[in-house]
Design a protein around this ligand. Sequence first.
Ligand SMILES: [Zn+2]
Length: 229
Amino acid sequence: MIEKFVFEGFEEDELDLVKLVTASVTTTIFKNIGLPTLRSQCIHIVRDCSKEAPMYVSNCGYEKIIVNSKHAFYWQYAYQISHELGHLSTSSWKRHPRTDGHMWIEEALCECHSLIALQEMSKITGPLQVGAIDYCSILDEKHNDVEVAPEWFSQNKTALSQATSLTKEAFYMSRYIKKSVPADSILRDNRLINQLTVGLSFNEYLTEWQNLSGDEVSVPKALMMLALE
Ligand SMILES: [Zn+2]
């Protein structure tokens, strides 16, 4: 799959490891589900440090991801690109912008993509392993001060529904999802959300999603557990 990527804005001396990181995260994310139907032959990865945040570009007519990781910050790059590949995986360009209050779910799932990709990288012997272990332990320290449970969820549901990016609440939800659902199921359930009807209530949305997923352990089921009160 790595031959699908075109890199722009990187320095010559970091390109080998940038490619290695891309191959690693791509294998982790797409090994079971394959790439989605792409809008172009290649996926363009552009580093632009003038951008405030990384993004999956939904309105440019071809597959383009912008990252803003610093020179040779390979694990920050891994973190950013795997999040944006989560948006690419579910072809989120098809339905941006959405205003039905469920955008936080996709953002939380994309954060899960970063956690999953870095965790996998930390298990594989090679030049990326030690840095990935360090980066995972930094991520583990973050957003773990809240126990997501039905009561917390009902108190924070409004804030979540207003989120269009990774807010503090969405970070907490991503930790909950990652803990509750196996990685392969998270990656597959994320792929499905593009097929869901826009404008459904939260419960309708989860029911439609679960019908598509059909799995015993799934992201919609884990979210239903919180909404049942
Ligand atoms: Zn995102």
